[in-house]
Design a protein around this ligand. Structure first.
Ligand code: NAD
Length: 477
């Protein structure tokens, strides 16, 4: 409990949302409790000799549910990491994987560290040592527990972890599958870096295809021209904002970062802001007349869609009343507290919940894990065969046109697109899009189909818990 705001902590917040959903289900009390509780959390304190002395770090790996294995969930580097945060995130992973039918249980890890305080070499030593502690306890293992990037970590850290695992398991032919989110040249998959942001875009497209849902939000039309405010221009927020502005015609009117926010109703060039942040470490100084030091205030600005893509608890009892967005899509995990969720529901603000909204990451991680286990790039076998079959058809159509003097001709652009066989990136996007559409539909069916369900989050929990329960029942538990 946060005593200043009287709000429950992150883990209790997730439990409250879970309890609201199971209240509408007919689960036996024993099974309900089994699904809700976190199976285990391992805490490790380890020392690394850096800057002339032994520095001690605290890390966690939490396993929420092993109804399917391996369990899956990112590793976060942040000073805010603690046991209850990691357990809340692990629980969300269980429900997220169930909702998008990624065949994993839920897990999460974290290291209490500010990665900006350490240089690359130091971070490598710290990461390898943390990984060593987890690997030797099978808390990183291709068949048991498979981490991925999260806040403060990325491809680089995942490559170090994979390498550390392989050093400790030299004969494990599936070693690369011990972690996902690796660089392409170290066992990764095309499209993983941007997968979570891409998933946010696909989730919004799925929402705008749902006429009834759009009506409930009080909006109309599609993503074109929609004003969007995004908090956090990191991996998830940057890619989501980039794709939505470049491909769907949405206008990014606000960007909120650690050191303040930019607000411009005419639109912000996401690419330029990202470059500025990379160079200067923050957004201050980018465009003074659009800059506001109190960034969080911009969450309350007029907009159509709010994308919190930084950290949890940013929309809470303190500001929920003043949120003006018609739609919030939770790109971050847990950005809306349980208390704020209630206030926003009363205001008819539609919330696309985290467990669905940011599931693009774990979905493409699933593809990467499958790729690692099958030891072959997706598309390698079929691409040229697909192209030659398409070529057959084009040749035949052109022959017919010529022989029968029909005067048809296929446009070069059509031919070019039709003739191109699907490579790994196209297949990953197709699989992600399919996953996001199907999962959206499963939530929407409950949202629109049951009188006692008035929001997408409850619908998402109902679908996810139903699947986890079915899995436990099938095991005879
Ligand atoms: P990241 O570290 O790449 O980016 C986080 C961004 O938020 C950074 O730009 C940081 O400066 C900014 N930020 C931090 N504190 C802030 C504050 N108080 N106000 C405004 N901005 C702030 O992290 P990420 O991987 O993009 O993850 C962001 C969120 O998305 C997290 O909640 C994470 O759990 C979730 N998520 C990430 C992935 C993934 O694949 N990376 C997958 C699913 C969910």
């Amino acid at each position: 409990m946060n005593t200043q705001t009287m709000e429950p902590g992150f883990r209790d917040s997730v439990d409250q949302m879970f309890n609201r959903a199971v209240g509408l289900m007919d689960l036996s009390p024993g099974l309900e409790e089994k699904i809700r509780v976190c199976n285990a959390t391992y805490t490790v304190r380890f020392g690394v000799r850096l800057r002339g002395k032994i520095q001690t770090f605290t890390g966690y790996r939490s396993v929420h549910s092993e109804h399917m294995e391996p369990v899956k969930g990112g590793i976060r580097y942040s000073m805010g990491v603690d046991q209850q945060e990691v357990e809340a995130l692990a629980a969300l992973m269980t429900y997220k994987c169930a909702l998008v039918e990624a065949p994993f249980g839920g897990s999460k890890g974290g290291l209490c560290i500010d990665p900006r305080e350490w240089d690359e070499h130091e971070l490598e030593l710290i990461t390898r040592r943390f990984a060593y502690e987890l690997i030797k306890r099978d808390l990183i293992n291709p068949s048991q527990n498979v981490p991925a990037p999260d806040m403060g970590t990325g491809e680089r850290e995942m490559a170090w972890i994979a390498d550390q695992y392989k050093r400790m398991h030299t004969t494990d032919i599936n070693g690369n599958a011990c972690v996902t989110g690796k660089p392409l040249n170290a066992g990764g998959i095309a499209g993983r870096v941007e997968a979570t942001g891409r998933g946010v875009q696909y989730a919004l497209r799925a929402f705008f295809r749902d006429e009834e849902g759009v009506k409930k939000s009080g909006m109309s039309g599609d993503l074109d021209g929609k004003r969007i405010i995004v908090q956090g221009l990191g991996n998830v927020g940057y890619h989501a904002a980039k794709f939505l502005s470049e491909e769907d015609g949405s206008v990014i009117t606000g960007v909120i970062e650690r050191d303040g926010a930019l607000f411009n109703p005419d639109g912000i060039d996401v690419e330029k802001v990202r470059e500025w942040i990379a160079k200067h470490g923050g957004i201050a100084g980018y465009a003074d007349r659009h800059y506001l030091e109190n960034g969080a205030k911009i969450l309350e600005e007029e907009c159509d869609i709010l994308i919190p893509a930084a950290l949890e608890g940013v929309i809470n009892l303190q500001n929920a009343d003043r949120i003006k967005a018609a739609l919030i899509i939770e790109a971050a995990n847990g950005p809306v507290t349980a208390g704020a969720d209630e206030i926003l529901r009363d205001k008819n603000v539609v919330i696309i919940p985290d467990m669905y909204a940011n599931a693009g990451g774990v979905t493409v991680s699933y593809f990467e894990w499958v790729k690692n286990l099958s030891h072959i790039r997706f598309g390698r076998m079929g691409r040229r065969q697909e192209e030659s079959r398409h070529q057959l058809l084009i040749t035949e159509l052109e022959r017919l046109s010529k022989d029968k003097d029909l005067g048809w001709s296929l446009s070069p652009d059509f031919k070019d697109k039709y003739l191109r066989g699907a490579g790994e990136l196209e297949l990953v996007r197709s699989g992600l899009d399919d996953t996001m559409r199907i999962a959206y539909q499963s939530m929407a069916d409950v949202w629109h189909g049951r009188d006692d369900v008035t929001d997408l989050r409850t619908a998402a929990y109902l679908v996810a818990i139903g699947k986890v329960a079915a899995s436990y029942r099938a095991k005879g538990l």
